[in-house]
Every structure is written in structure tokens, then in C-alpha cells.
Ligand binder design. Sequence first.
Ligand code: GTP
Ligand code: MG
Length: 223
Amino acid sequence: MAGDAGLVLDSDQGKYDAEERVKIICLGDSAVGKSKLMERFLMDGYRPQQLSTYALTLYKYTTTIDGKSVLVDFWDTAGQERFQSMHPSYYHKAHACVMVFDVQRKITYKNLANWYKELREYRPEIPCIVVANKIDADMKVTQRNFNFAKKQGLPLYYVSAADGTNVVKLFKDAIKLAMSYKQNSRDFMDEVMRELENFEMEAKEQKSSEGEEDPFKEDTELV
Ligand SMILES: Nc1nc2c(ncn2[C@@H]2O[C@H](COP(=O)(O)OP(=O)(O)OP(=O)(O)O)[C@@H](O)[C@H]2O)c(=O)[nH]1
Ligand SMILES: [Mg+2]
């Protein structure tokens, strides 16, 4: 892991003071290696924050990109195989997606089409990386073309959570894509959300300036 980065375990966002914040979601069938990939990337300080009600693990990670501090929320999930679909809030305001299949189980590759369809229903524009995981088990797969990625015009990464091949590159690139999406997106809903965020911030600032201490409070009366 790069020296400029670190795993953040606390959920109090106010403390981080990051200049930018992005959300990256992970999709794919059960046991394709989603959690192991994140563990591998964040290994230095691995300790997930478990929100068991939603079978959701949220990893917070800070890094610096182009001189800017960035807080990354990685969303991982378990148990979705029972439903073959995610709750809409999982997709909400995500800036990039890492979509994983297991090179040893063809069905997980076939199911990418379903995951991708659902992703696009909620997030039509966000960057998505297709990940062929577990290449350590059969290096020959890296010579194969996986047409799904090509057909959809998506980048394909051959990785191994077990031996670490391409894992750091995968997540670093995902963060960069998420950042550039956030900064350049013309998605209508994103623009609305950004406007709302700015509005909320302005309202907060106004409120806090209203609540400022009056230095003469003790000594004067309002007339
Ligand atoms: N050989 C090999 N095994 C892997 C690799 N990545 C994950 N595994 C194994 O695959 C199994 C599932 O990995 P997980 O990371 O738990 O899979 P997941 O996608 O998070 O699964 P759910 O949480 O059920 O959705 C584990 O037994 C891992 O050890 C890999 O790169 N190579
Ligand atoms: Mg998991």
C-alpha cells in the first residue's frame, strides 16, 4: 500500500477533513473473492467495520490524488447470492463499480450480465471495471478474451486476491475513475445531488454563523 494512504476505521466523517470523497461499490456472485480483494488492498490495517443488519461491510480509506486528500468509501456486501440483486441504497451516489467474477466458475461470468444490468438501472453512467479474479489458480486464463467486457466497452483486469497480482493497480485505478467521474459527470441526478449538497452546506454555514458567540452578551442588552 502506498505510504500516503491509510485505512480509516472510524465512521465519524466530520473528522476526516478530506477535500474529496468518493464511494466505490463491489458487485458479483457469492465467493468470487470480493471481500478478499478488498482485504488484500487494505491489508496493512485490515479490520472491517461490520454493519451486520445490512450484511454490509464498509471500508474507509484515505489517500492523496493530485495533491488532494480523498476519502474513499468501499462498499462490500455478503449474502446477496440469495437475492441476486442489491438494495437500491447500495447503488445510491456510487461513483465507480468493481464487478468481479471467478475465472474458475463460469456461472459467475455469465451472471455478470445480470449484475451489469442492475447497475445500469441505478447508475447509468458510472465507470465500471470488470475483474477476473483467482488467476493464480489457472494462469492460462489471462490469454483468453472475455467478451463481456469488450462488448460493453469496459476495462478488464486479471487479478488474484490470493497472491496480490494487479490488486493495488485495480483499486488505485478505480479510485481515479471515481474521482474523475465525480468531477466531470454530466449525469442529471448527480448534478441535482451536488446542488443539494451545496445548498445543505450553505445552510449549515449560515446556521453556525447565526449561532456565533456575541462577545458583548454579558455586558449589554438588546434594545
Ligand atoms: N485461489 C484463489 N482463491 C481465492 C481468491 N480470492 C478469493 N478466494 C477464495 O474464494 C473464497 C471466497 O472469497 P470471498 O472474498 O469471501 O468471496 P466474496 O465474493 O466476498 O463472497 P460473499 O461475501 O459470499 O459474497 C474464499 O475461500 C477465498 O479464499 C484468489 O484470488 N485465488
Ligand atoms: Mg464477502
